[in-house]
Design a protein around this ligand. Structure first.
Ligand code: KG4
Ligand code: ZN
Length: 338
C-alpha cells in the first residue's frame, strides 16, 4: 500500500495553479491569480497565456517545496486538458507532457468540469464526500451546469447555460452599476443590506434544465438606463437594493432548476462547486432546502471551489488507481465535454 504522489497543473483560464497530492490528501495547492485582467473588465486570452508562461515554473517549484516532495518521488503528472482557453491550456499541457517525459512517469489528462465535481472527494477534516448518485451544480465565471454523477467517471450533463455563465451574469450586471471587475463578490456584499424585492426582474423561460442569463443582463441594463434618465443619482441611492434584487433573481433561477432536477431524478444529494458557490445567498438557499426539502448539500472549502490544481490532482489520483493514463500524443482540447 504505497503512497501515490501526483503533481497537478491547472491553467485553463486565468489562474496558474500547481498542487501536490498524497493519495486523496492535498499536500500543497498554490494558485497564482492574474491581476492584469482587472483593468479590462474580463479575461484577455492573449494576456492570460503569457502570464501562465511566466507563472508556471515558480508555481510548480512552490507546490513541490510546500509539499516537501522531491520531483523524483512523483508517481504521475496530471494536467487540465480542457475545456478552457486554447493559449492557456497549451502552457499547462506542454509543461505537463515535458515533465512526465523527463521524469519517465505516467501522464494523466483531466477534464476541468469533471474536476470541479470530483473536488468533493479531496479528503478534508470536517467534510464528508457525497455518495453516488448525486447532482452537481457547477457555477463560476466560465460555467453553469447541472450534472448527474453516477460514479467518478460516469457523469451526464442534465442542463447548462445557453449563453452567459452565472458568474458572468453577476460580473456584467455589476459593471452596469459601475462596480469593478469581478463584481460578483461586491454584489454579494452590497446585497446583504438591500431589499431583495425592491426591483423585480423577469426570470427567463428556458426549457428543461438549461439556463439563460443574457436576458437578465439586458433587462437590468434597460432598467438602469430608464431610471437614471429620471434620476441621475438612482444607482447611488439604491445600490444595495439593486444588488439584492439582482442576486435574488439569479438565485431564484438556479434554485428553480435545481428543484426541477431533484424532482426529475429523485436525487436529493446536491454538491456545488465553482467560484459563485461563495455567494452568501446561494449558500443560504441551499441550507434552507436542507430543512425544508430534505436535501443534503455539499459545499467544499472555498479554495477547492475556485479554479485550483488540487481538484485536478484528485482526478489524477482516481485515474492513477485505475491506470487511466495518456500518452505523449495528447493535445489540449478547448471544447471538452464531460
Ligand atoms: O471559479 P472562479 O474563480 O473562476 C472561473 O470563472 O472559472 O469563479 C469566478 C466567478 C466570478 O464571476 C466572480 O464574480 C464569481 O465567481 N464570484 C461570486 C462570488 N465570489 C466569486 N459571485 C457572486 N457572489 C460571490 N460571493
Ligand atoms: Zn473552473
Amino acid at each position: 500500500n504505497q503512497n501515490i504522489y501526483i503533481l497537478a497543473i491547472e491553467s485553463s483560464c486565468d489562474d496558474t495553479s500547481a498542487a501536490v497530492m498524497q493519495n486523496d490528501i492535498t499536500l500543497s495547492n498554490v494558485v497564482a491569480t492574474q491581476k492584469i485582467h482587472e483593468e479590462y473588465g474580463g479575461v484577455v486570452p492573449e494576456l492570460a497565456s503569457r502570464a501562465h508562461q511566466q507563472n508556471i515554473v515558480p508555481v510548480i517549484h512552490q507546490a513541490l517545496a510546500k509539499a516537501k516532495i522531491d520531483k523524483n518521488q512523483l508517481s504521475a503528472i496530471a494536467f487540465t486538458r480542457g475545456p478552457g482557453l486554447m493559449g492557456s491550456l497549451l502552457v499547462g499541457t506542454s509543461f505537463a507532457k515535458s515533465m512526465a517525459l523527463g521524469l519517465q512517469i505516467p501522464l494523466i489528462e483531466v477534464n476541468h468540469m469533471q474536476a470541479h465535481i470530483l473536488a468533493h472527494f479531496i479528503k478534508e477534516e470536517d467534510f464528508n464526500s457525497p455518495g453516488f448518485p448525486f447532482l452537481a451544480l457547477t457555477i463560476s465565471g466560465g460555467h453553469t451546469q447541472i450534472v448527474l454523477v453516477r460514479d467518478y467517471f460516469d457523469m451526464e450533463i442534465l442542463g447548462e447555460t445557453l449563453d452567459d455563465a452565472v458568474g458572468e451574469a453577476f460580473d456584467k450586471t455589476a459593471k452596469i452599476i459601475g462596480l469593478p471587475y469581478p463584481g460578483g463578490p461586491l454584489v454579494d456584499k452590497l446585497a446583504q443590506n438591500g431589499n431583495a424585492h425592491a426591483f423585480p426582474f423577469p426570470k427567463p423561460k428556458v426549457k428543461g434544465l438549461d439556463f439563460s442569463f443574457s436576458g437578465l443582463k439586458t433587462s437590468i441594463l434597460y432598467f438602469i438606463q430608464r431610471e437614471t434618465a429620471k434620476n441621475p443619482n438612482f444607482i447611488e441611492e439604491h445600490k444595495e437594493d439593486i444588488c439584492a434584487s439582482i442576486q435574488y433573481t439569479i438565485i431564484e433561477i438556479l434554485m428553480s432548476k435545481l428543484k426541477k432536477a431533484v424532482k426529475e431524478t429523485g436525487i436529493k444529494q446536491i454538491a456545488i462547486g465553482g467560484g459563485v458557490s461563495a455567494n452568501s445567498g446561494i449558500r443560504k438557499a441551499l441550507k434552507n432546502a436542507e430543512s425544508e426539502l430534505g436535501w443534503t448539500t455539499y459545499i467544499p472549502k472555498f479554495e477547492y471551489c475556485t479554479d485550483n490544481a488540487a481538484m485536478i490532482g484528485i482526478v489524477g489520483y482516481l485515474k492513477y488507481r485505475e491506470e487511466i493514463f495518456s500518452d505523449q500524443s495528447i493535445s489540449a482540447k478547448p471544447r471538452y465535454v464531460i
